[in-house]
Design a protein around this ligand. Structure first.
Ligand SMILES: [Zn+2]
Ligand SMILES: [Zn+2]
Length: 262
């Protein structure tokens, strides 16, 4: 099973069956992932079509493929999202395109449908060798070099690399691609002084930790694949939602909320 989407979906299934962690969030995320895979497969399977990276040009194809996502949210989503999905499905034809263009021009982690819809599109765009056009480029290495998005989660892995950045990567919350990042640096403001950077983890989630910064008071979760090699950062991050409570209680703000709003 080497398909990226299948790996995420399978991990959500495993974690959903565990006796601790945020099962209901993981269950919903697993269903979302399946529907996003359907969107991705639809886009990838379109004959004689490749994404141009120009959102207004690609919108008609993308919108045709989004019904699996809207259906899943209507059936399994929390009430407010389910209502919104219904409104989008039944609304005026321009509702969905407007929403996607808005997210494209100004991404927000509380704009669920924009983020959920564009993740599979941007992932396919990246794999197909395209570039997003008309989006703000990354201003620093703390933003995704492909699309300029914020990091969703950080992960450590063993890599055969001599690079000083070592083995830490960030995964983009907007396009789901990852990039190498320095190990002891705040992913939000670039703070490097160790005294300003704090870590928190609980025995319940031994391979997941909060990486917090006292300079900008932001945090990101980090998943340590050297401790648990079969963890899947995007999914394990959601499963360990209890750690976000700790961070919020201590006054830290997450750099980028995940798709389930935590
Ligand atoms: Zn990105
Ligand atoms: Zn910071």
């Amino acid at each position: 099973m080497n398909n990226w989407w299948d790996k995420q979906i399978q991990r959500a299934k495993v974690l959903d069956e565990q006796s601790h962690g945020s099962q209901s969030l993981v269950k919903f995320y697993g269903r979302l992932l399946k529907s996003q895979k359907d969107v991705y497969d639809y886009l990838r399977g379109c004959d004689d079509w490749l994404p141009s990276g120009q959102i207004d040009t690609d919108l008609s194809v993308l919108c045709d493929g989004l019904s699996p996502l809207l259906d899943v949210v209507q059936i399994y989503g929390p009430e407010p999202l389910a209502v919104e999905a219904k409104c989008i499905s039944q609304g005026a034809p321009g509702t969905l395109t407007e929403l996607l263009i808005q997210y494209w021009n100004s991404p927000s982690d509380v704009q669920f449908f924009g983020k959920a819809s564009l993740q599979p599109y941007l992932k396919w765009l990246a794999e197909a060798g395209g570039r997003p056009r008309g989006r703000e480029p990354a201003m620093s290495d703390r933003q995704c070099p492909f699309c300029g998005g914020n990091p969703q989660v950080s992960f450590l892995s063993n890599k055969e690399t001599a690079a000083e950045s070592g083995n830490r990567d960030l995964i983009c919350g907007t396009c789901l691609t990852s990039w190498e990042f320095r190990r002891v640096v705040c992913a939000n403001c670039g703070e490097e002084r160790p005294a300003k950077l704090g870590y928190f983890h609980s025995p319940e989630f031994d391979h997941v930790r909060i990486e917090a910064c006292d300079s900008c008071m932001h945090y990101i979760k980090g998943v340590d694949l050297t401790r648990l090699g079969h963890a899947v950062p995007l999914v394990d991050e959601i499963h360990a939602a209890a750690l976000d409570l700790w961070a919020r209680d201590h006054g830290y703000k997450k750099i980028e909320l995940n798709l389930v709003g935590v």
